[in-house]
Design a protein around this ligand. Sequence first.
Ligand SMILES: NC(=O)c1ccc[n+]([C@@H]2O[C@H](COP(=O)([O-])OP(=O)(O)OC[C@H]3O[C@@H](n4cnc5c(N)ncnc54)[C@H](O)[C@@H]3O)[C@@H](O)[C@H]2O)c1
Length: 340
Amino acid sequence: MGLIKPTLSYDDLRDADLIVEAVFETMEIKKKVFGQLDKVAKKGAVLASNTSYLSIDEIAKATSRPGDVVGTHFFSPANVMKLCEVVRGAATAPDTLVTTLDTAKRIGKVGVVAGNRDGFIGNRMLSGYAHQAQLLVLEGATPQQVDKALYDFGMPMGMFQMGDLAGLDVGYKSRKGRDPSTFDVRASKPADKLVEMGRLGQKTNAGYYNYAPGERAPKPSAVTQQVIEEVAREYQIRRREVTDQEIIERCFLAMVNIGCEVLREKIAYRSGDIDIVWLYGYGFPAYRGGPMFWAENEVGLPKALAKIKEFSTLTGERWLKPSPLLGQLVAEKKGFASIG
Ligand SMILES: NC(=O)c1ccc[n+]([C@@H]2O[C@H](COP(=O)([O-])OP(=O)(O)OC[C@H]3O[C@@H](n4cnc5c(N)ncnc54)[C@H](O)[C@@H]3O)[C@@H](O)[C@H]2O)c1
């Protein structure tokens, strides 16, 4: 902390070799800030954005030096989590990319190069994982059952606990700014209702779970259960018993399926990079090697594809389309190592 010199003046950034922007996640504000950085930063300085979802190409356009613009997506809490997704824009120059990767290493982080696409590698896959967890509770599981199954698999915490920790209002706000035809409104409806009731997560002592003031231990909530059942009725979702095995397979295979799309679109260079993202950014259990390694070696790609097809029919093909790359690998009896 002693090395930090706070300032409110852009002029103080004149001598910086690397500038990391971390303002609100709004394109308009990011562009304004990069326009100002362009005016003051010295020639050759790396201009980085910590954006979680926004286009680096669009941000770079606000400057006269798009080759110097790159994404440095750190993970929360940034002083603890070792991952830094280094987002390579269409115009990012090779020296900008290697300097950023080198800097990540020098500050004790693990840098992974990601292409410029909504949510990059990690958060894009997280959305598929979260989607299944949210549907599973509408189909009959409880948040505590889903969280326990994910925790027992080896994740540091379940999806709903993670939502409460991050604050349910974060996703709520981002959904309000998005076209509702682009996401499954059924799945996020319970979270929307909880936010509208003032249940924002740990910060309000209530979210999916209840929390005693000042404590972080989640307690099941009857209010949440009622909200989930109301939404299931509203969308005529038949409630049934859900097994822990189904929870694991649906959440992680949906994630892996997006991982295959990430590879197909060359957003990640290789499946090992995706695994590194999950190990260092989200606490995926290291002894399972990462989601792609798990799918290939513990589940097996043919079985993974068959299950994804089954879940696609079950949860709506629009939301879970089997990746053509996975189909191709299975047909050709190849593994992820054949890509890249
Ligand atoms: N919170 C996380 O877990 C997390 C993780 C990874 C990446 N990010 C990304 O980091 C960025 C910041 O997120 P956050 O959670 O810290 O947000 P935040 O809202 O907590 O903080 C943003 C800060 O930016 C300041 N700000 C807003 N407009 C500004 C401007 N024009 N000039 C200077 N400062 C300005 C605000 O005063 C505020 O202090 C976002 O792009 C977000 O996507 C956040």
